[in-house]
Design a protein around this ligand. Structure first.
Ligand code: DX5
Ligand code: ZN
Length: 218
């Protein structure tokens, strides 16, 4: 099954509860929460207290994408706040294996994200430990950017790598995805699709989710 994970980065921050309940009712599979620190990426968004507050108003799986330096200092806080999946960037740590184990020890699913220019081979010796790999299809920091086409080959190569190792791990793709390219992204081997502006900037976000889901129904 293909999962759609709306990114609340493009939601109305003054009405997060309303927007989250709306995407949940529309059939969103996960809620993608973009955490940015103004250091690893040139933008600042939300942190632990917001995740904790949202946990009280939603039953959706929380897919927390940490775009922050020193993520090891915050894993237990995000886990306690209610994260179900915690994604860290390979670029921020020299101890990726340790960081992954830390996430799992907190009882969360562990995912690693790669920026567009980061090669797949950083995953060679940790792939078996992961629940999901997040391939960035834009340079992280902002919603509403254009999809970087080179990601398509990267998705295919990663899916091949997994198949060769007999691993069935989720491949999430994040950035610049909408109705115009979701079918191609999924056909390359991705099965978890993040969509921010394509959902929340649409005139009818609930209908936008239904259309995205309908386009990749298998
Ligand atoms: C970008 C974020 C994305 C972003 C996607 O750094 O990680 O999750 O919200 O937004 P769209 O779908 O508008 O590219
Ligand atoms: Zn994201």
């Amino acid at each position: 099954m293909i999962k759609i994970a709306p990114s609340i980065l493009s939601a109305d921050f003054a009405n997060l509860e309303r927007d989250i309940k709306m995407v949940e009712a529309a059939g969103a599979d996960l809620l993608h929460i973009d955490v940015m620190d103004g250091h690893f990426v040139p933008n600042i968004t939300i942190g632990v207290p917001v995740v904790k507050s949202l946990r009280r108003v939603s039953k959706m799986g929380f897919d927390v994408h940490l775009m922050i330096s020193n993520p090891e200092n915050y894993i237990s806080d995000f886990a306690a706040a209610g994260a179900d999946i915690i994604t860290v960037h390979a670029e921020v740590t020299t101890h990726l294996h340790r960081l992954i184990q830390m996430i799992k020890k907190e009882g969360c699913q562990a995912a690693v994200s790669l920026n567009p220019a980061t090669p797949l081979n950083v995953l060679d010796y940790v792939l078996e430990d992961l629940d999901m790999v997040l391939l960035m299809s834009v340079n992280p920091g902002f919603g509403g950017q254009n999809f970087i086409k080179a990601t398509l080959d990267k998705i295919k190569t990663l899916r091949d790598m997994m198949n060769k190792k007999n691993l069935n791990i989720d491949i999430q793709v994040d950035g610049g995805i909408g109705l115009e390219n979701i079918v191609e992204v999924v056909s390359c081997g991705a099965n978890v699709i993040v969509a921010g502006s394509a959902v929340f900037n649409a005139p009818d976000p609930a209908f936008a989710i239904k259309k995205l889901k309908g386009a990749v129904r298998v």
